[in-house]
Structures are given as structure tokens and as C-alpha cells.
Design a protein around this ligand. Structure first.
Ligand SMILES: C[C@@]1(CC(=O)O)C2=NC(=C\c3[nH]c(c(CCC(=O)O)c3CC(=O)O)Cc3[nH]c(c(CC(=O)O)c3CCC(=O)O)/C=C3\N/C(=C\2)[C@@H](CCC(=O)O)[C@]3(C)CC(=O)O)/[C@H]1CCC(=O)O
Ligand SMILES: NC(=O)c1ccc[n+]([C@@H]2O[C@H](COP(=O)([O-])OP(=O)(O)OC[C@H]3O[C@@H](n4cnc5c(N)ncnc54)[C@H](O)[C@@H]3O)[C@@H](O)[C@H]2O)c1
Length: 220
């Protein structure tokens, strides 16, 4: 079994080619779009209604024909997601020869990367994999984590980003900035939040005062 190196990739401006247009392809395409990919091409003689709709909206380019090797030219990521073993294998071989990362939907070990299950809460991005051992267990764990890390985590992270910018700014002087930031993360992860709080700069200023004076945050 291979072992995997996790990383988060910025796909803006990078061509992602998906060969095959069924339900697996559609899931991968939606994952790409959710990640900010803006150059997604799907190649398949028949595409799912969802993919056709994304193409009609201009979110993806859809080429309604069979795969040819030249399709991989200029790709950054490649997904082999047809229902034909020999096509997926050919895509994987051609892509690997070109030095591209290929995901193979029906034979994980043949490809260069696998796709994890994902939870997005603003900038918080959790990903889970079992390395292909059990995609069903992966989906189950995602469900459990999604309940634990609710949608308010997006706000927590946004607030912590703003606080961190302030704490790290040149105007702010404190002997232990890292300790302050750890304390803020601990306290904000335990706090009840609503949208208003995050936009309110007074709220952040109050936090700054409380953090620097070591006061309790219960009243914020
Ligand atoms: C996480 C998720 C992300 C995504 O696809 O976006 C994902 N599979 C998901 C669901 C899912 N996939 C399958 C089932 C049916 C039940 C079952 O078979 O268990 C379910 C469950 C369901 O649908 O609920 C069938 C299946 N999957 C793969 C094979 C081929 C093989 O084993 O080689 C077959 C058999 C095909 C056949 O029957 O022939 C292969 C892969 N699937 C992966 C990812 C990669 C490893 C992930 C890991 O192990 O952690 C890997 C290795 C390669 C890759 O695709 O990158 C997404 C969950 C989304 C979510 O809910 O969050
Ligand atoms: N990795 C995963 O998460 C996962 C999950 C379930 C199934 N699978 C596997 O993924 C594969 C695809 O599953 P699906 O449910 O999306 O299948 P599907 O039957 O819904 O779709 C297959 C697609 O492949 C296209 N296709 C066939 N020949 C082609 C060619 N020569 N060039 C380009 N496109 C071609 C078809 O037009 C169709 O759009 C299967 O092998 C399945 O076993 C993977």
C-alpha cells in the first residue's frame, strides 16, 4: 500500500482535466469548483445532467467525445473517472509519462493522488482519508466531524485571522505574542458566536484589551 503526503493546493489558473462524465466525475468536479478551480475541462461522450448544467452555466468546459491522449497537454491535475478500465489505465499511463498527477477512480494505487473527504468551514478545511481502505468509513467520519465542527467555525477562524493580524502588526507591542495567539484560539474555540460579532471591530478591540490584560472573556 502506498502512503500519502497531504497538501492543500491552490488550483486557480491551473487546468484540471476530468475524463469521464458520470456520477464519480461529477463529484470530483464539484469538489474542484468548491476549491476555487476555474479551469475545469470534462471529456466524455455522455455527461450527467449535473455536469451538463455546470457547462451551460460556464462553470466548466465540457467536450462531448471520447478521450484522446493529446487531451492531457497543458493539464495540471488529471482525473481518470470513466467506467472503462482500459481507458482509465491509458489516461493514467499517459498522464504519468507527462509527469502529471493522475487520480484513478477505479484503481487508487495506479494513480499519483487520491481525493479525501472534505469539510469546509470558511478557511477551516478538514480532510479525511482511509487511503482507499474504506471510502464508506471516510464518509462516516466526515459526518461525525461535521457535527462537531459546526458552521460557526468559519466565523471563529475569521475572527482569529483578524485578531492575529492585529497582534502581529508592527504597532502592537507585547513580549509574548505567540502565547496571546494560543490563548485567543483556545478561548474563541469555546465561544458562542454570531455573524455580527465578527464584523464588529469593537469586539476585536475588546478582545485585544482582554488578552493583553489577562482578563476573562465571558462577557464578550
Ligand atoms: C472520500 C471520497 C471523496 C470523493 O470522491 O470526492 C472518495 N470516495 C467517496 C465515496 C465512495 N466511494 C465509493 C463508495 C461506495 C462504497 C465503498 O466502496 O466503500 C463511496 C461511499 C459513498 O458513496 O458514500 C467507491 C469507491 N471508491 C474508490 C473505489 C475504487 C477503489 O477502491 O480502487 C471505489 C469502488 C468502486 C467500485 O465499486 O468499483 C476509490 C476512492 N475513493 C476515494 C474517495 C479515494 C479514497 C478515499 C478514502 O478511502 O478515504 C479513492 C481511493 C480514489 C479517489 O477517488 O480519489 C467520497 C466520499 C465523499 C463524502 O461523502 O465525503
Ligand atoms: N473513486 C470513487 O470515489 C468511486 C466511487 C464509485 C465508483 N467508482 C468507479 O469510478 C468509475 C466511474 O463510475 P461512475 O459511476 O461515474 O460511472 P458512469 O457509468 O456513471 O460514468 C462513466 C462515464 O465515463 C464516460 N466514458 C466512457 N468511455 C469513455 C471514453 N473513452 N472517454 C471519455 N469518457 C468515457 C461515459 O461517457 C460516462 O460519462 C467506475 O469505474 C466505478 O467503479 C469510483
Amino acid at each position: 500500500m502506498p502512503s500519502y503526503y497531504p497538501l492543500y493546493v491552490n488550483l486557480r489558473g491551473r487546468r484540471c482535466i476530468v475524463i469521464g462524465g458520470g456520477s464519480v466525475s461529477e463529484r470530483k468536479v464539484r469538489g474542484l469548483l468548491d476549491s476555487g478551480a476555474d479551469m475545469v475541462t470534462v471529456i466524455a461522450p455522455a455527461a450527467s445532467p449535473g455536469l451538463a448544467e455546470l457547462a451551460a452555466k460556464g462553470s466548466i468546459q465540457l467536450l462531448s467525445r471520447e478521450y484522446q491522449e493529446e487531451d492531457l497537454t497543458g493539464a495540471f491535475l488529471v482525473f481518470a473517472a470513466t467506467d472503462r478500465r482500459e481507458i482509465n489505465e491509458a489516461v493514467s499511463r499517459a498522464g504519468t509519462r507527462l509527469g502529471l498527477l493522475v487520480n484513478v477512480a477505479d484503481n487508487a494505487d495506479e494513480g499519483g493522488f487520491i481525493t479525501p473527504s472534505v469539510i469546509r468551514r470558511g478557511e477551516l478545511l478538514l480532510s479525511i482519508t482511509t487511503g482507499g481502505a474504506s471510502p464508506s468509513l471516510t464518509a462516516l467520519i466526515r459526518q461525525e466531524l461535521a457535527e462537531h465542527y459546526g458552521h460557526d467555525y468559519g466565523q471563529r477562524v475569521e475572527l482569529l485571522r483578524l485578531l492575529r493580524q492585529k497582534v502581529l502588526s508592527n504597532e502592537f507591542h507585547h513580549k509574548n505574542k505567540q502565547e496571546l495567539l494560543r490563548k485567543a484560539a483556545q478561548e474563541i474555540s469555546a465561544l458562542k458566536l454570531d455573524n455580527e460579532n465578527v464584523r464588529d471591530h469593537e469586539f476585536i478591540d475588546q478582545w485585544m484589551i482582554r488578552l493583553t490584560t489577562g482578563g476573562s472573556n465571558n462577557g464578550v
